[in-house]
Design a binder for this molecule. Sequence first.
Ligand SMILES: [Zn+2]
Length: 254
Amino acid sequence: MQIVYSRKYEQKYPANPVENPDRVRLPADELGKAGYQFREPEPASLDAIRIVHGKEHIDRVILNGHFAAASLAAGGAITAAEMAMHGEPAFALLRPPGHHAAANRAWGMCYFNNMAIAIKNIRPRAKRALIIDIDLHFGDGTVSIFRGDQNVKIVNPWSVDENFEYLNMDESRYLSQVKGAFQGFDYDIVGVSAGFDTYLEDWGKLLKKEDYCRIGKVIKEGAKMCDGHRFAVLEGGYHPDLKWCIKSFIKGFE
Ligand SMILES: [Zn+2]
């Protein structure tokens, strides 16, 4: 399995200090040492971004100095989705994250919705998409972009809705929520919004490193229904153990 990555993901831009370059630099070093191959992404074109985001939103992202970083992140997600459709599972190790970004709104350290841009840009080759958002926080941006779209199913295993209400949860219930995502829907591709802030030592204080391997495996299994077409993009995750959580997830997912 390949890692979609650019050293440019380590660039500095105006951001909350928790969302810093080490979040991708340290996992990239670790995955490199483990022998994973890297694929260099191109920035998403304006046309590709416009499929999801309005002109005013894009202009604001430019004005605030986030465009170079955000368009390269969106491009990484597109590359990962393209690879998935060619039968190569991929993990896009990117920042800034995207799942809080709506068509006309940026918040939560997200500017462009990387997952939504990827899914919309690989249509119609992959018509129906299943998105599993394992980040601690509800992926409100992604849900708002695909609201009413019968061809996209989005599952947030833990959080119920945009009010950030959470279910009573332990690891085994979390895993069965992920398994349940695959039921009752036909899909051509599986995209994972892979946030790791649900980790035991991170804000969510729930999942162990090994649980991420299990989650990756469940998703790999579920993706057999669509010829294995699967990819993941990094969302949140702020603890220094992030590199181990990512490595564990990839071990199950590859
Ligand atoms: Zn999060």
